[in-house]
Design a protein around this ligand. Sequence first.
Ligand code: ZN
Length: 438
Amino acid sequence: EVIEFLKTPEKFTRIGGRIPKGVLLVGPPGTGKTLLAKAIAGEAREPFFSISGSEFVEMFVGVGAARVRDLFEQAKSKAPCIIFIDELDALGKARGTGPMMHEEREQTLNQLLVEMDGFDPRVGVIILAATNRPEILAQALLRAGRFDRQVLVDRPDRPGLIFIFFIHATSIKLAPGVNLEQIAAMTRGMVGADLANVVNEAALLAIRRGRETVQQSDFEEAVERVIAGLEKKSRVLSQEERKRVAHHEIGHALVALSLPGADPVQKISIIPRGIAALGYTLQLPTEDRYLMTRTELENRIAVLLGGRVAEELRVAGGWRGAAEDMENATTIAKRMVKDYGMSEKLGTVALDQSTQPSFLKSNESPGAPTYSEHIAQEIDLEVRRLIEEQGNRVRDLLSSLRPVMLKGAEKLLKDEVMSGEELKALLSVPQEEPSVRH
Ligand code: ZN
């Protein structure tokens, strides 16, 4: 779409459509966000201006803002073109999330916002930015007319790994009989940059051994070396961990599929995505809705608890990956009790004057509570009751669906990615306990 627009802006403006100004590429490090931005500029055959957010961190006050101004001046004179801002999070951190707010960064960020608001998108300047930490970005950056489009640049799935591996492998001399597909299958969880690393490492090993071409064994050893490096960063999962993650994600998805009115399940994946999220279940719509009924909120809590409960049903003991789910579930329950007056015990009063309308973790520090110690205790009890109630509901539900859960997890372990439809299909098959022991 960006390429189309840069080539033929008239097509978009003729009927008065608004052209996207800012597109945010979100994904883990090494997945090729910068390459993608460059490829867009290349394919549109337009100039490419780039800066990195981290360049601004060490600058003197005022220098960063001036550089942003210059960059936009330059870009506007060369329009149509692309401006690319790498590591946007280094520049656009929300207030107060760092150890201290850097005055320089704040000025630079303000200048960026001014520039983004100030130009007419019809001149043909599109701003692409990349981040691997969208959650810490200042909300101001994500507002309409700024970076209001987000594109997920995720870790590659298995076919993706093979494709990328082939591309890197064309730069080296292969010994006859090397099975690239087999090697690519060993690189699960890696990103493009890791694969480039594997290929390079394999070439170095071959050279060290005095060979003219790279052999299968060189590749195998290279993969092991790169994995060992990654394991230190705890990104590649052991088999046991993968099983846990698979059950966890199937748990979320099954609850979401079974509860009426819950958002439909789009995609379930156990391709690791960094330390925080080892797998994920994508429900659409993912944006926050402002008008939610009590049932919808309860269902949300239930879906969040689904992962942990599924793990409990399979093996005893909690898992650290569920911590974030629990935190999110608690946040929802708290808002139901405190802000939406959905607790019968505490009545229909808003107990907090908070105006933040979003479930997203607040970036501002919460003010002092406006209620008494006694009410605070009541709130805690109500929140706990709500969560326990949903926990029991989910436990009953998943116990009754245990065969589907095990089958689904097995399939997910094998394929790594699953659509909501595929899981639904398993649900509609008459149930038999599978003979495989877990
Ligand atoms: Zn989860």
